[in-house]
Structures are given as C-alpha cells and as structure tokens.
Design a binder for this molecule. Structure first.
Ligand code: XMP
Length: 526
C-alpha cells in the first residue's frame, strides 16, 4: 500500500491498525492544518522514505497484541528519524516491540476515564490548566481490552488512570509516545491540544494545510498532469462534482467540458440552478442533456428498488457515453471521489474496522470509456471539500447542500416510477425544503426530503371526499449516515409544510412524518 503523491509540505503518516477511529485521527490532524495520509501497516520501506513524514501515528485496532498474526510495525519508523505516537493498540504494539509487557485485562474498559499526570512530558504537561470551560480537562476516552503492564526500557509513565497504570508513556529522547486513550475522540476533553503538541512541538510541523494552499497546490498538480488535454466531467448537482468542476475550471478553464444529464429524477429547478451556477456565473462549459424520456421509459413497469437502481445506472452510462462521443476529443475523465471512498475501497481498514456500506456516486464509468481517470479531490475529507468549494467561490447553498442519491427521486417514489408521481414528490420536496430554509433549520438537518407513497387515502377537499396519495416527510440527523436519528422538527413547521403540500400539490391528501431511526430503518425508503 503506497501513499498517494504527497504535497511538498509537512506531513504525517498514519498506520491503520483497523480502529473505527482512524479517520478521526486523520481529521484531527488535518483540522490543525497538517496534511496526513492513512496507510496499511504493511507499507514498504521505500514508500515511507518517499513520503518522508515529519512523524508517524499508529492507530488503535481491534486485535490483541498477544494474538498470533498481528499486523506488523514497520521497523524503519523506529530508526530515530521520526517522532512516533501510538494510540491504544498502536501503543501496546510499540510497547511489546520495544521490550515491554502487555496484558489482557479481565474486562474491556470502554468510556470516560480521568488521567493523573505522573511525570513531565511535552505531550501532557499543564493540561489540567486548559479547562476550555469544562469541569474535567483531564477526562479522556478509553476503549481497550489490553493494557501495558511493563514499560519498555528507557520509557517513563507520564499519566495513569484508575484502570491503566500506564495510561500514557514516553521515551523523550527517542520521541516515542504511547497513549492508552483516544485523543481523536471528542470525549477526550483536551484531545485536540494533545494533537497540537504532537504536531507542532514534537514533530515540528508547520500549519500549511488550509483551503487556499490546498487549492493552489491542486491547481498546480492538475495543470502538470493534464497539460493541454481536454477533461470530461459528469456534473450531478452534488457537492463533490461541483467542487471538482470549479477546481478544474480554475486549473484548465476551457479544456474542461461538463456533462449534466437530466434523468427526469432531479429535484425541482436542479438543472436551472446548475446552469446558473456553472455556465452563467463561473463560465464553465456545460453540455446539458435532456434524457428524461430515456430514463422514465426504461423504468416503466419496474418496481423493485435494486432493479430501478441498476436501470438508472445503466441508462446513465449509455447517455453519458453518447455525450462523450459528441464533445470532440477528450483525454481524461474527472470524478469526485473523496478520501473516505478511497480508504474504504482500498480496504485499508477493511476486515478490521466494521464494514461500511458505501454507495457509488454515478458508478461504473471508467471501464466503459477509454480515458485516463482524474480524481483531484481523492485525498480530501468532506469538510475539506466544502472548504475548498467556498474558496473557489461556490455558493454556500451548493457547498452545504444535503446529499442526494444518484438514482434521485427514482428511489423516492416507492415502487413503479411514473412521471405523474415524480412531479408530485418533486413539488412536495421543494415545499418542505423551502420551509426548512425559511425556518433556518436546513443546516441543522443532515438530510431532508419527501417520499411518494403510491397508496390512496381518504381526505376531504372542499365539500367532497377525495381519495388521493400520501407523502411522507423524512428529516434526519447523522454524523456519518451509517446511523441516524429522526429530527425533532418543530410541530408548527411540520404543520405548515403539511398544509402547504395538501393545498398546493394536486393529488395529495395526506402527509406523514417518518420517526424511524436508522438502524433498523434506512434513511431512504427504498
Ligand atoms: P440509506 O438509505 O442507505 O442511505 O440509509 C444512506 C445515505 O446514502 C444515500 N443513498 C444513496 N446514494 N446511490 C447514492 O448515490 C444510492 O443508490 C443511494 N441509496 C441511498 C442516502 O441518500 C443517504 O445519504
């Protein structure tokens, strides 16, 4: 596993032993303005040298260091050149490797614990003074079964906790540190300060990783790579492809050709908004294709959700390929792949961290087109993608837009997709989002939308009984979209939305609000 091409500034290498928190380590480091990459512990020596990190972090992981076949520690990282910080499993692996002892505790410790500082260290000294308005600045988050029982030679214990006699250890001369707890988890009150000290006081990094530098560096990389070639990009209206479009436009201007496919399953005004933003405002070449009939025709009579997804994916490829054939010579296909997709699909943590359900954005294109793949934001986390989007001049409403599934309203009309149903759900959805924005609640919700239920329910319209369709509203709060809770929206807001939908959208006589959590329900209804 070799790291991607690093930037020419300070950087940290993270060896991933499979903890569910590894991405949080990377984000903690990047939020402090230092670039880092996550790699498998099996990384080649040469790749470490090429990457030339300022320091190395060993993540936590679910294995026990006393098991057989534990993942390796690349010994080069211990040759004195790099400061090293082991977290949880990473600490235990270091301790064992360097001649200490690790025992399996009778019970796993999971939850908050309080540190007692025991000897001086750059990493932890004076943390008790940094209260940030909290009661207990030395509170940390533990999640471990094993613990260090005997220090390796030359190490000192710099903190203890009730359950861990060596909660933090250090070899100050060799600049090797181990933490039994997880500073990357927000429940570790001074976790950020600990990362700050590791990066700036121990690894002597400088903070360069910010939106404006990222953009400059990416623009330069893209120009170097693409030269005078032409690049094709499928623009979906989502954040990632929007940022890629703006970035490529800045880097190569007219050499970028965007294709926007109207599949008939888009949200209200989506095409108009994309056109206004990219073509009119930024001056990007956008080829808009109306393929509504093709998609809706292919979906006719199909009600199985997975079959609908397959059809939408297949027709998209056909339409996109045809468009690609009509734009003259192109050499590259750009995609909005981002870092979490890379980490998950490279399987760096797979088999160790929990398997995560991933969705392909528009899926499957590169194999069908004989083009080089350009993925300019593949090293960025979502929050970084948003930051550079703002830096590139994209509107906040685009950059902070809720995610929208690739198959669009196709999976928000339950069962068979008909044009009439799509029109109903599109209008209802627009009303819901408009009211949410109006109430200034859009940003406090992770995703909100309307779903069309193809069942009829009785209602009274005027003096007559009407027998019409049902709309369900869904609004969720989530951090990672793997689990989600329904949003407690104010009753007055829901009342307004329901009454507007019933009054303004023909064919709807009832509105319900979905109060299921994920799991067991999913966010989408199909
Ligand atoms: P679920 O419904 O699985 O959704 O809880 C989790 C997140 O994934 C989105 N989603 C999709 N995105 N293609 C996509 O590009 C799909 O087929 C798809 N299905 C669900 C969903 O909107 C939510 O953000």
């Amino acid at each position: 596993m070799s790291p991607a091409m690093p930037p020419d500034r300070d950087r940290i290498l993270i060896l991933d032993y499979g903890s569910q928190y590894t991405q949080l380590i990377a984000r903690s480091i990047r939020e402090l303005g230092v670039y880092c990459e996550i790699v498998a512990p099996e990384i080649d020596t040469d790749d470490i040298k090429t990457f030339a990190p300022n320091g190395v972090v060993l993540s936590g992981g679910p294995a026990s260091v006393n098991d057989e076949d534990t993942p390796p520690i690349p010994i080069e990282i211990l040759d004195g050149r790099y400061p090293v910080l082991g977290v949880c499993y990473g600490m235990q692996a270091l301790a064992l490797h360097l001649g200490g002892g690790v025992e399996t505790a009778e019970e796993r410790e999971y939850g908050p614990a309080r540190l007692t500082l025991s000897s001086q260290s750059v990493l932890l000294d004076g943390l008790e003074e940094i209260t940030n308005g909290v009661d207990d600045p030395l509170q940390v988050w533990m999640s471990h079964g094993d613990r260090v029982s005997e220090l390796p030679p030359g190490f000192v214990t710099i903190a203890t906790s009730p359950n861990a006699p060596h909660a933090a250890i250090a070899h100050p001369e060799r600049r090797i540190f181990g933490l039994q707890f997880h500073p990357e988890v927000t429940h570790s009150v001074n976790g950020r300060e600990i990362w700050r000290r590791f990066l700036f006081e121990i690894c002597l990094c400088q903070s360069h990783w910010n939106a404006s530098n990222i953009v400059d560096q990416m623009v330069e990389n893209i120009r170097g790579k693409v030269g005078n070639d032409r690049v094709l990009l499928g623009l979906s209206g989502g954040v990632d492809s929007a940022v890629v479009a703006a970035l490529l436009h800045r880097a190569i201007g007219e050499q970028l050709i965007c294709v926007f496919v109207d599949n008939g399953l888009l949200r209200k005004d989506e095409q108009k908004d994309v056109q206004a933003m990219f073509a009119d405002h930024l001056g990007v070449n956008v080829l808009a294709i109306n393929a509504q009939d093709q998609f809706l025709g292919a979906l006719s009579g199909v009600s199985d959700p997975e079959e609908k997804r397959r059809i939408i994916g297949r027709v998209f490829i056909d339409v996109f390929q045809e468009a690609a054939g009509n734009v003259g010579r192109v050499d590259w296909l750009a995609q909005g792949t981002i870092y979490p997709d890379v980490i998950e699909s490279a399987g760096i943590a797979s088999g160790k961290a929990k398997v995560i359900k991933s969705h392909h954005n528009v899926g499957g294109l590169p194999e069908h087109l004989d083009l080089n793949l350009l993925e300019p934001i593949r090293n960025l986390f979502k929050d970084e993608v948003r930051q550079i989007g703002l830096e590139l001049g994209l509107a906040r409403s685009v950059v902070f837009r809720h995610p929208f599934p690739g198959p669009g309203l196709g999976v928000r009309v339950l069962g068979e997709v008909r044009r009439e149903y799509i029109e109903i759900v599109r209008e209802a959805d627009a009303i819901f989002l408009e009211e949410l924005r109006q109430a200034q609640l859009y940003d406090s919700v992770s995703q909100a939308f309307a779903v069309f239920l193809p069942v009829k329910s009785v209602g009274v319209v005027g003096d007559n009984r009407a027998y019409e369709y049902v709309i369900a509203l869904r609004a969720v709060e989530t951090v990672d979209f793997m689990t989600a809770d329904w949003k407690r929206l104010p009753a007055e807001l829901l009342t307004t939305v329901a009454s507007r939908i019933i009054n303004e959208v023909r064919g709807v006589s009832r509105v319900t609000y979905d109060i299921s959590a994920k799991p067991p329900a999913t966010i989408e209804w199909e």
